[in-house]
Design a protein around this ligand. Structure first.
Ligand SMILES: C[S@@+](CC[C@H](N)C(=O)[O-])C[C@H]1O[C@@H](n2cnc3c(N)ncnc32)[C@H](O)[C@@H]1O
Length: 240
Protein backbone atom coordinates (compact mmCIF):
# COMPACT_ATOMS: atom_id res chain seq x y z
CA UNK A 1 0.00 0.00 0.00
CA UNK A 2 2.91 2.36 0.53
CA UNK A 3 3.34 5.20 2.95
CA UNK A 4 0.66 7.23 4.71
CA UNK A 5 0.38 10.75 3.39
CA UNK A 6 -1.60 13.58 4.89
CA UNK A 7 -3.43 15.95 2.54
CA UNK A 8 -4.15 15.70 -1.14
CA UNK A 9 -1.47 14.29 -3.50
CA UNK A 10 -0.61 17.50 -5.35
CA UNK A 11 1.79 16.00 -7.91
CA UNK A 12 -0.65 13.26 -8.87
CA UNK A 13 -3.52 15.72 -9.20
CA UNK A 14 -1.38 18.04 -11.34
CA UNK A 15 -0.33 15.15 -13.57
CA UNK A 16 -3.94 14.14 -14.21
CA UNK A 17 -5.09 17.73 -14.65
CA UNK A 18 -2.44 18.50 -17.25
CA UNK A 19 -2.54 15.22 -19.15
CA UNK A 20 -6.33 15.11 -19.41
CA UNK A 21 -7.09 18.85 -19.52
CA UNK A 22 -9.29 18.68 -16.42
CA UNK A 23 -10.89 21.98 -15.47
CA UNK A 24 -12.97 21.13 -12.43
CA UNK A 25 -11.95 19.80 -9.02
CA UNK A 26 -14.73 18.54 -6.76
CA UNK A 27 -14.03 17.80 -3.11
CA UNK A 28 -16.28 16.17 -0.55
CA UNK A 29 -15.28 17.19 2.99
CA UNK A 30 -13.91 20.75 2.96
CA UNK A 31 -12.60 20.85 6.53
CA UNK A 32 -10.04 23.68 6.88
CA UNK A 33 -10.07 24.34 3.13
CA UNK A 34 -6.36 23.85 2.47
CA UNK A 35 -6.93 21.45 -0.42
CA UNK A 36 -9.69 23.59 -1.97
CA UNK A 37 -7.50 26.71 -1.80
CA UNK A 38 -4.58 24.87 -3.38
CA UNK A 39 -6.81 23.37 -6.10
CA UNK A 40 -8.17 26.83 -6.90
CA UNK A 41 -4.66 27.88 -7.88
CA UNK A 42 -4.54 25.30 -10.68
CA UNK A 43 -8.13 24.37 -11.66
CA UNK A 44 -10.57 26.75 -13.31
CA UNK A 45 -13.35 25.75 -10.94
CA UNK A 46 -13.39 24.16 -7.48
CA UNK A 47 -16.51 22.88 -5.75
CA UNK A 48 -16.22 21.71 -2.16
CA UNK A 49 -18.95 20.24 0.04
CA UNK A 50 -18.96 20.29 3.85
CA UNK A 51 -21.60 18.84 6.19
CA UNK A 52 -20.56 20.69 9.36
CA UNK A 53 -22.14 24.14 9.41
CA UNK A 54 -19.49 25.51 11.77
CA UNK A 55 -16.67 24.35 9.49
CA UNK A 56 -18.50 25.52 6.38
CA UNK A 57 -18.95 29.03 7.81
CA UNK A 58 -15.37 29.29 9.10
CA UNK A 59 -13.75 28.00 5.91
CA UNK A 60 -15.94 29.78 3.37
CA UNK A 61 -15.35 33.12 5.10
CA UNK A 62 -11.60 32.46 5.44
CA UNK A 63 -11.33 31.94 1.67
CA UNK A 64 -14.09 34.33 0.58
CA UNK A 65 -11.63 36.20 -1.62
CA UNK A 66 -10.94 33.16 -3.84
CA UNK A 67 -13.46 33.62 -6.62
CA UNK A 68 -13.24 30.19 -8.25
CA UNK A 69 -14.17 28.14 -5.18
CA UNK A 70 -17.80 27.30 -4.68
CA UNK A 71 -18.32 26.32 -1.03
CA UNK A 72 -21.44 24.21 -0.47
CA UNK A 73 -22.95 23.38 2.90
CA UNK A 74 -24.65 20.02 3.28
CA UNK A 75 -24.29 16.27 3.15
CA UNK A 76 -22.31 15.12 0.11
CA UNK A 77 -24.93 12.41 -0.48
CA UNK A 78 -27.54 15.13 -0.98
CA UNK A 79 -25.48 17.69 -2.92
CA UNK A 80 -23.13 15.66 -5.08
CA UNK A 81 -25.77 14.54 -7.60
CA UNK A 82 -26.64 18.17 -8.42
CA UNK A 83 -22.96 19.06 -8.78
CA UNK A 84 -22.28 16.08 -11.03
CA UNK A 85 -25.27 16.67 -13.27
CA UNK A 86 -24.11 20.24 -13.97
CA UNK A 87 -20.64 19.18 -15.17
CA UNK A 88 -20.04 19.60 -18.89
CA UNK A 89 -16.85 17.44 -18.93
CA UNK A 90 -15.05 14.86 -16.79
CA UNK A 91 -13.79 16.26 -13.49
CA UNK A 92 -11.38 15.21 -10.78
CA UNK A 93 -13.13 14.11 -7.57
CA UNK A 94 -11.34 14.14 -4.23
CA UNK A 95 -13.60 12.04 -2.00
CA UNK A 96 -12.53 12.89 1.51
CA UNK A 97 -15.72 13.37 3.50
CA UNK A 98 -15.74 11.35 6.65
CA UNK A 99 -15.75 11.92 10.34
CA UNK A 100 -12.19 12.65 11.40
CA UNK A 101 -12.70 12.12 15.14
CA UNK A 102 -12.32 15.85 15.79
CA UNK A 103 -15.33 17.16 17.65
CA UNK A 104 -16.39 19.84 15.22
CA UNK A 105 -16.30 17.59 12.16
CA UNK A 106 -19.56 16.04 10.97
CA UNK A 107 -20.16 12.31 11.15
CA UNK A 108 -19.67 10.99 14.66
CA UNK A 109 -22.71 8.75 14.13
CA UNK A 110 -22.45 8.63 10.34
CA UNK A 111 -18.77 8.11 9.71
CA UNK A 112 -18.24 7.38 6.03
CA UNK A 113 -20.47 8.17 3.01
CA UNK A 114 -18.03 7.01 0.33
CA UNK A 115 -20.10 4.15 -1.17
CA UNK A 116 -23.05 6.47 -1.76
CA UNK A 117 -20.72 9.06 -3.27
CA UNK A 118 -19.37 6.45 -5.71
CA UNK A 119 -22.93 5.43 -6.66
CA UNK A 120 -23.68 9.07 -7.48
CA UNK A 121 -20.59 9.31 -9.69
CA UNK A 122 -21.56 6.06 -11.40
CA UNK A 123 -24.84 7.65 -12.45
CA UNK A 124 -22.98 10.32 -14.41
CA UNK A 125 -22.67 9.87 -18.19
CA UNK A 126 -19.05 11.13 -17.94
CA UNK A 127 -15.92 9.10 -17.21
CA UNK A 128 -14.55 10.93 -14.15
CA UNK A 129 -11.24 10.76 -12.30
CA UNK A 130 -11.79 9.59 -8.71
CA UNK A 131 -9.33 9.83 -5.82
CA UNK A 132 -10.41 8.52 -2.41
CA UNK A 133 -8.33 9.57 0.55
CA UNK A 134 -7.27 7.42 3.52
CA UNK A 135 -7.09 4.02 1.82
CA UNK A 136 -5.79 2.55 5.08
CA UNK A 137 -9.20 3.07 6.71
CA UNK A 138 -10.75 0.69 4.15
CA UNK A 139 -7.93 -1.80 3.70
CA UNK A 140 -8.10 -2.98 7.31
CA UNK A 141 -10.52 -2.21 10.16
CA UNK A 142 -9.90 1.44 11.08
CA UNK A 143 -8.30 2.28 14.40
CA UNK A 144 -10.45 3.38 17.34
CA UNK A 145 -12.42 5.59 17.85
CA UNK A 146 -13.82 4.72 14.39
CA UNK A 147 -16.50 2.02 14.42
CA UNK A 148 -15.76 -0.99 12.24
CA UNK A 149 -19.35 -1.35 11.01
CA UNK A 150 -19.33 2.22 9.66
CA UNK A 151 -16.54 1.63 7.17
CA UNK A 152 -16.81 -0.39 3.95
CA UNK A 153 -14.00 -2.84 3.31
CA UNK A 154 -11.66 -2.24 0.39
CA UNK A 155 -13.35 -4.91 -1.78
CA UNK A 156 -16.71 -3.17 -1.34
CA UNK A 157 -15.15 0.11 -2.46
CA UNK A 158 -13.65 -1.61 -5.50
CA UNK A 159 -16.93 -3.40 -6.29
CA UNK A 160 -18.82 -0.12 -6.22
CA UNK A 161 -16.28 1.51 -8.52
CA UNK A 162 -16.43 -1.47 -10.87
CA UNK A 163 -20.24 -1.26 -10.95
CA UNK A 164 -19.92 2.04 -12.83
CA UNK A 165 -20.52 2.37 -16.57
CA UNK A 166 -16.83 2.83 -17.43
CA UNK A 167 -13.90 0.49 -16.94
CA UNK A 168 -11.43 2.12 -14.57
CA UNK A 169 -7.74 1.70 -13.85
CA UNK A 170 -7.73 1.21 -10.06
CA UNK A 171 -4.61 1.36 -7.88
CA UNK A 172 -3.61 2.45 -4.40
CA UNK A 173 -0.68 4.76 -3.88
CA UNK A 174 0.39 6.73 -0.84
CA UNK A 175 -2.83 6.05 1.05
CA UNK A 176 -5.08 7.13 -1.85
CA UNK A 177 -7.41 4.87 -3.85
CA UNK A 178 -7.02 6.02 -7.45
CA UNK A 179 -9.80 5.10 -9.92
CA UNK A 180 -9.29 6.77 -13.27
CA UNK A 181 -10.45 6.14 -16.85
CA UNK A 182 -8.74 3.07 -18.28
CA UNK A 183 -6.92 5.19 -20.87
CA UNK A 184 -5.11 7.04 -18.07
CA UNK A 185 -3.19 3.88 -17.21
CA UNK A 186 -0.72 4.60 -20.03
CA UNK A 187 0.36 7.80 -18.26
CA UNK A 188 -0.22 6.88 -14.65
CA UNK A 189 1.35 3.41 -14.40
CA UNK A 190 4.89 4.49 -15.45
CA UNK A 191 4.62 7.59 -13.26
CA UNK A 192 3.66 5.52 -10.20
CA UNK A 193 6.37 2.98 -11.05
CA UNK A 194 9.00 5.75 -11.04
CA UNK A 195 7.79 6.88 -7.59
CA UNK A 196 7.82 3.32 -6.22
CA UNK A 197 11.30 2.70 -7.63
CA UNK A 198 12.62 5.91 -6.10
CA UNK A 199 11.07 4.98 -2.74
CA UNK A 200 12.74 1.56 -2.77
CA UNK A 201 16.12 2.97 -3.81
CA UNK A 202 16.00 5.53 -1.00
CA UNK A 203 14.92 2.97 1.59
CA UNK A 204 18.38 1.50 2.42
CA UNK A 205 19.82 4.98 3.02
CA UNK A 206 16.88 5.80 5.28
CA UNK A 207 17.34 2.54 7.20
CA UNK A 208 21.06 3.25 7.61
CA UNK A 209 20.22 6.67 9.07
CA UNK A 210 17.74 5.14 11.52
CA UNK A 211 20.26 2.43 12.50
CA UNK A 212 22.95 5.05 13.16
CA UNK A 213 20.50 7.06 15.27
CA UNK A 214 19.48 3.93 17.23
CA UNK A 215 23.10 2.94 17.89
CA UNK A 216 23.81 6.50 19.09
CA UNK A 217 20.93 6.27 21.56
CA UNK A 218 22.15 2.87 22.83
CA UNK A 219 25.67 4.31 23.28
CA UNK A 220 24.31 7.32 25.22
CA UNK A 221 22.21 5.00 27.39
CA UNK A 222 25.09 2.68 28.19
CA UNK A 223 27.35 5.68 29.02
CA UNK A 224 24.74 6.85 31.53
CA UNK A 225 24.51 3.39 33.11
CA UNK A 226 28.30 3.07 33.36
CA UNK A 227 28.59 6.55 34.86
CA UNK A 228 25.84 5.78 37.41
CA UNK A 229 27.61 2.50 38.29
CA UNK A 230 30.93 4.31 38.83
CA UNK A 231 29.22 6.92 41.03
CA UNK A 232 27.63 4.17 43.12
CA UNK A 233 30.94 2.29 43.49
CA UNK A 234 32.71 5.52 44.48
CA UNK A 235 30.04 6.38 47.07
CA UNK A 236 30.31 2.89 48.61
CA UNK A 237 34.12 3.09 48.71
CA UNK A 238 34.31 6.56 50.25
CA UNK A 239 31.10 6.25 52.29
CA UNK A 240 29.58 9.33 50.60
C1 LIG B 1 -10.78 14.44 6.42
S1 LIG B 1 -11.67 15.93 6.52
C2 LIG B 1 -11.45 16.65 4.93
C3 LIG B 1 -10.06 17.20 4.65
C4 LIG B 1 -9.98 18.00 3.37
N1 LIG B 1 -10.62 17.35 2.26
C5 LIG B 1 -8.53 18.28 3.01
O1 LIG B 1 -8.03 17.72 2.02
O2 LIG B 1 -7.89 19.05 3.72
C6 LIG B 1 -13.31 15.36 6.45
C7 LIG B 1 -14.39 16.44 6.41
O3 LIG B 1 -15.57 15.85 5.88
C8 LIG B 1 -16.70 16.38 6.54
N2 LIG B 1 -17.79 15.41 6.34
C9 LIG B 1 -18.01 14.24 6.99
N3 LIG B 1 -19.08 13.62 6.49
C10 LIG B 1 -19.55 14.39 5.48
C11 LIG B 1 -20.61 14.27 4.57
N4 LIG B 1 -21.44 13.23 4.58
N5 LIG B 1 -20.78 15.26 3.64
C12 LIG B 1 -19.93 16.32 3.59
N6 LIG B 1 -18.92 16.49 4.45
C13 LIG B 1 -18.73 15.53 5.37
C14 LIG B 1 -16.21 16.53 7.98
O4 LIG B 1 -16.99 17.46 8.68
C15 LIG B 1 -14.76 17.00 7.77
O5 LIG B 1 -14.68 18.40 7.74
Amino acid sequence: MGSIRFGAPHELIQLLRKQFSLRTFVETGTFRGGTAAWAASCFEQVITIEASETIYKQTSSKYADIANINFLFGDSRKLLAQVVSALPAPALFWLDSHWCSEQITYGEKDECPVLDEIKILNASPLDHFILIDDARLFSSPPALPYRIDQWPALDQVFDHIKAGPYEKYIVISEDVIIAVPKAARRVLAPWLQAINTRTIRLAPARHKGRLRHGLGLIRQGSDLIIRAGLEKARSLKFGR
